[in-house]
Design a protein around this ligand. Structure first.
Ligand code: SAH
Length: 451
């Protein structure tokens, strides 16, 4: 296999990350947008020692699961990877990927993996979008970046965002086109307006953040007031000052220019405040399914003292508060803890205690101080848990772990370590948080064997 070769291959399966896998002369060949079971003609675009990558030139025998993507820019845009696969088959694929990763990395082929909790309407679900702005001629454009690049794919109606955020973004572009405001150019690090963030709640209310490379001006304030006037469901608009040459979108200073401090989302009878920097799951409908499952796993028997580790604004902690005597919420970002404290006050919850700091430090402190803990919910970022945490938890003989993960590979690695330390992986439930993309979210129950 050499770069530039055009060959015919059979796609054996879909793999984590979104690509199809074929084998050529014993070497793995990754093919984006290829579906398991189909025969395709590909052009090899790169070769490495152990693997190669090729792009589809022609689909010779399509998989029965292949469908026409509903989005016009699917092939170009880097936002989705699975729109060419029928939704039911996407769910099957995600379940199989979890099974395979658990067998390979988790060294566990026995554990129970439930069907993926699916969405009835798997479109228009993303409650948060951050779009870079760019220019095409004189026109302002916005969209996701093109696959493997920083070129913006202009798109006026993205099928995975909410209807409201699509409409708002379109309106903002219109307003900008009628103004003299300059658009930021990433390469030259020049121009004013960089990005727009739109967050939407289940009541169809929105919060906007306009990210700019410069100070607050009368002109941007005028634009903000125009946007607010155009949509009465825009409840809050911030200006974020970001003058740095960086991929980090929001700047250090976020100034509320219009309306309220944020928007609210109700989950399991608890009302949460969402501000520009606070972490909140991306899919309002599936988030509720995920939390319901996590709460089920925790409270199918008494667990009076619970730790919510990697708590963000304390969503899981606040929901569990009703069923527990005390919940400790551990979170590293001060801003998230502040909004969490506001939320618990608002909901008159008095048995959640936030600890600002790392889980590595604060959880181990709790354990070392002899605090009794019945159960822990872990919801770490992609890199999963440090092994020292797993060691400390097992040495303290904590009975019950609920592990929420956005990365099956690190989850499987950690599940294996828990198993080595005397825990059993009770069951795993994947929840489809991100339809049409390769992302997989799951929740699992891990119990100490000799309780
Ligand atoms: N459970 C929450 C948030 C999960 S996201 C929810 O569902 O809304 C993971 C969170 O872990 C983020 O808020 C991030 O800031 C935090 N985090 C990342 N590394 C951490 C660490 N080492 N210790 C504590 N918190 C951390």
């Amino acid at each position: 296999m050499n770069k530039g070769d055009i060959i015919e291959v059979n796609i054996e399966k879909g793999i984590f990350g979104g690509e199809g896998l074929a084998f050529v002369e014993g070497k793995a060949l990754f093919v984006p947008e290829a579906v398991a079971g189909e025969k395709v003609k590909v052009e090899i675009i790169s070769t490495k020692k152990d693997y190669a990558r090729g792009l589809i030139k022609e689909i010779i025998e399509p998989s029965p699961d292949r469908v026409k993507p509903q989005c016009e820019v699917f092939e170009l845009c880097g936002g989705c990877d699975y729109m060419m696969i029928e939704y039911k088959a996407q769910l099957e694929l995600k379940k199989n990927i979890v099974k395979e990763i658990m067998a390979k990395i988790g060294k566990n082929s026995e554990c129970k993996i439930n069907d993926v909790v699916s969405m009835k309407e798997p479109y228009l679900y993303r409650n948060k979008v951050i779009q870079p702005l760019g220019k095409k001629g004189n026109k302002c454009i916005s969209g996701f970046y093109k696959k493997r690049s920083h070129e913006i794919i202009d798109n006026d109606f993205c099928l995975i965002q909410t209807d409201l955020s699509n409409k708002i973004l379109k309106k903002i572009k219109e307003i900008i086109n009628n103004s003299s405001i300059s658009i930021y150019d990433e390469l030259a690090h020049k121009g004013y307006l960089r990005n727009i963030m739109v967050r939407v709640n289940s009541e169809n209310e929105a919060m906007l953040v306009l990210v700019v490379n410069g100070e607050r001006t009368k002109e941007i304030e005028k634009i903000i007031m125009e946007i607010a006037k155009a949509y009465s469901n825009v409840k809050s608009i911030y200006l974020s000052i970001n003058k740095k040459r960086t991929n980090v979108v929001l700047g250090e200073k976020n100034i509320l220019i219009y309306g309220e401090e944020g928007i609210y989302e109700d989950v399991e009878g608890v009302r949460f405040l969402i501000t520009p920097l606070s972490f909140f799951q991306i899919n309002n409908i599936q988030m509720k399914e995920l939390y319901k499952k996590a709460v089920d796993y925790i409270s199918d028997e008494m667990s009076p003292i619970i730790v919510d580790a990697y708590s963000g604004t304390g969503t899981i902690a606040s929901i569990l508060a009703k069923k527990a005597k005390k919940v400790y919420a551990i979170e590293i970002i001060d801003e998230a803890v502040k909004s969490g404290r506001k939320s618990i006050k608002l909901n008159k919850i008095d048995n959640v205690e936030f600890l600002t700091g790392t889980v590595e430090e604060k959880l181990i402190d709790l354990i070392n101080n002899g605090t009794h803990i019945d159960a822990i919910v872990f919801d770490p970022p992609r890199k999963g848990l440090e092994s020292e945490i797993i060691n400390a938890v097992s040495e303290a003989n904590i009975d019950k772990i609920v592990y929420v993960s956005c990365n099956p590979s690190t989850f499987a690695r950690d599940a294996y370590l828990f198993a080595q330390k005397g825990y059993v992986i009770g069951e795993i439930t994947p929840v489809d948080m991100f339809p049409h993309t390769h992302h997989i979210e799951l929740v699992s129950k891990i119990l100490r064997r000799n309780r």
